[in-house]
Write a new protein. Structure first.
Length: 74
């Protein structure tokens, strides 16, 4: 029979917390960028492939910044 691991996994609770914060930061950055492109006055109110790619890049940058901010001081 296979044993299932309980808890956040082998990396420990701190790494699990960083992962959750990184995912949340990525989603907030991506959605915020898409909302900006959809509703900012003066821009065409169209979500095209360029806006999606920019949103993914901004989400990645926000995730990276969040991880750096949470791990500085260790």
């Amino acid at each position: 029979m296979n044993e299932q691991q309980q808890g956040p996994g082998p990396e420990g609770p701190e790494e699990a917390r960083l992962r959750r914060a990184g995912v949340a930061a990525f989603v907030v950055g991506m959605v915020g960028t898409l909302v900006f492109f959809a509703f900012f006055p003066g821009l065409p109110h169209v979500i095209d492939w360029g806006a999606i790619l920019v949103a993914l890049v901004v989400g990645g940058l926000v995730r990276w910044g969040c991880r750096v901010w949470l791990t500085r001081g260790r």
